[in-house]
Write a protein that binds this ligand. Structure first.
Ligand code: MTE
Length: 301
């Protein structure tokens, strides 16, 4: 299938691979730095304004299925069996069924997309993904006219996902998109990163990437995709509805209740590098603003 979208970023923009892979350590170091700033040793108005994201990151893990500790995903995700892997596509589709991952891969055209990734906690990276457009997969299954939303689920397998032995969140991890967001050519299912298979801790063998939304929408290790007419209740909205909504569009003018979203820190820019302005829809305004015409984005956050 031909490319339907032209990248604005090149390999030169990409965050070096070791920084993507080791960002937990980098963020811990940054958090330690902010701690010092808090003591006044390196007081800096900019740091003092937004200490929360960094504190939160230190306690925060981005693949809860493998635990909530800082190094847990990298330490524990090796246990996950990713082959064979099946994705159930069901709900309002013409051909519901269990699709083998290898059959999906054979049917889809894999391409590289270099995207900005903006975490809700105000750090960002530029990542080269390999994957295919979600629209191609949904078209293969045949979306029925009543469908309005797409709901995604991560695997539940506590024997291999040790974080699932605890009810830290309601398993499975759930995410959702409006159908027009899911069909947008920027929305991809990623199967590779930096030209390699996605490491287990980053969502092998298949995860969602929606570059104009905060990173938590990028649900990992997907086993079920359901076409529905109901807005899905996504995991973070379920846990903290005042902080995380359904849309999660990157928006510098709608702050998180505990910190500003106007600026972000680029991973790889150095621990005390200046924060850079966050771009509306993470720089994809031209492509996606039309999806939200007339919507109050402060209300639908
Ligand atoms: N998917 C599942 N199944 N479980 C998770 O805990 N964390 C989310 C998202 N997808 C998460 C998930 C969050 S909060 C972020 S920021 C991204 O994954 C991180 O993806 P990364 O490994 O590329 O940083």
């Amino acid at each position: 299938m031909a490319h339907r979208w032209t990248n604005d970023l090149t390999q030169d923009d990409v965050t070096p691979e070791h920084l993507y892979m080791n960002r937990r350590q980098i963020m811990l170091a940054a958090a330690a730095g902010v701690g010092l700033a808090g003591l006044g040793a390196r007081a800096n108005a900019e740091e003092a304004l937004v200490p929360n994201p960094w504190e939160d990151i230190t306690q925060y893990n981005n693949f809860y299925e493998f635990g909530t500790g800082k190094g847990d995903p990298a330490a524990n995700a090796g246990a996950l069996t990713t082959d064979p892997w099946t994705v159930k596509i069901d709900g309002m589709v013409d051909t519901p069924g269990d699709y083998a991952f290898k059959d999906i891969m054979a049917a889809m055209t894999i391409e590289e997309r270099i995207y900005r990734l903006r975490c809700v906690e105000a750090w960002s990276m530029i990542v080269p993904w390999n994957g295919f457009e979600l629209a191609d997969l949904l078209e293969m299954a045949g979306v029925q006219p009543e469908a309005k939303y797409v709901r995604f689920e991560t695997l539940v397998r506590p024997e291999e996902m040790i974080g699932q032995k605890y009810r830290t969140i309601e398993w499975p991890y759930v995410e959702g998109l409006r159908l027009d967001e899911a069909m947008h050519p920027l929305t991809i299912m990623a199967t590779g990163i930096y030209g390699k298979t996605i490491p287990n801790q980053n969502g092998a063998p298949i995860r969602l990437v929606v570059p104009w939304k905060y990173g938590f929408k990028s649900i990992k290790s997907i086993v079920r995709i359901t076409l529905t007419d109901q807005e899905p209740l996504n995991t973070w909205q379920q846990i903290l509805p005042n902080e995380y909504g359904f849309y999660a569009n990157v928006n510098p003018s709608v702050d998180h209740p505990r910190w500003t979203q106007a600026t972000e820190r680029k991973i790889g820019g150095g621990l005390f590098s200046k924060r850079v302005p966050t771009l509306m829809f993470n720089g994809y305004e031209k492509e996606v603003a039309g999806l939200y015409d007339g919507m109050d984005l402060a209300r639908f956050y």
